[in-house]
Write a protein that binds this ligand. Sequence first.
Ligand SMILES: [Zn+2]
Length: 356
Amino acid sequence: MAKSRRDNSGSYDPASDPRRGRSFQDIAGHERLMTLLNRMIEQRRLPHSLLFHGPAQIGKRSLAYALIRRMECLKGDAAPGCDCRACVKLQRGSWFDLIEVRPGETGQQVVKVLDMREAMESAVQLPIEGRHRFLLVHGAERMQKESANAFLKTLEEPPPHLHIILLTSRLYSLLPTIRSRCTEARFNPVDWRALAEWLKARTSCDAALREFLAVLSGGCPGLALELAQDEQLSVKREETLAALKQFGEHGYVRLFQSAYEIERQADGDLAQALQHISAWQRDLLIARAAPEYAEQLLVNRQYKNLLMQSAEGCTREAAIEMLGAALKRYDWAGRMLNVQLALENLLLDIGMASKK
Ligand SMILES: [Zn+2]
């Protein structure tokens, strides 16, 4: 099989993806899952078809690579920075026994049936470099029926040397026939303190910013790291909060202008706008319902006084409803839609809720 066909993502460069080189020790959170996987590897009873599911950027891919290294490392322990041939080649993306399939980046962004068939043909063959073969399917929910059908029989009875790992952030979009044939591993958000500590070795941010990022990311290490690299992050936050404040003070007369300003600072990325808005609404709820924990729990800690003041003029029900309005918009993120309209719609809901 030609090497270029093994990764159909076009722009993806495996050698520059830090996730490929991770060991279990490098992963933020997910300790119970790793203990379980370790035990199963030691007892040689790791399920042949695993389904990793959880929010985007929570660590599924890093853990999948770490698991593969753990099973193939020639020194046995797959320690961080191990220089054995297996670990080095896995990190570079040139380990022949790891076959990866991912959705195309253009068009319908689906896992193509041709790619799936080709991957299956290769996956069932005996390992060449290592002890096993691995088939890693990224964005498994993007498998169309034909791709899934090409895959079902192997998934049901994989040859003894093959381990299949499916990754998805949309469990319920996955075809039930696929899901029922896998052992599921759920990824939960990482505790913010552990995540802030993990960021310490990986960013130059100070302690306050690390904590802010850990909470803002909702316990997703990949997102926290990405946010840490965004130099404009605090400016964007300030602008979003200023637009929200303007809307809060002047009401519907400011609706379009505030939505426009929020959309602009987020570069039209709804998810990014929602991070700041939902963090603020979450803080407001904490300030209202659990003020004694404000110092520990607030994301926007430097606005503690303003939050406490705003919380006084708002009922607990209103705070819950405003947070809910922001959170439910996450389902819209990533879809083709008019972002400004979505934000106007959200502000309308927030405005209505604030009157309760
Ligand atoms: Zn190694």
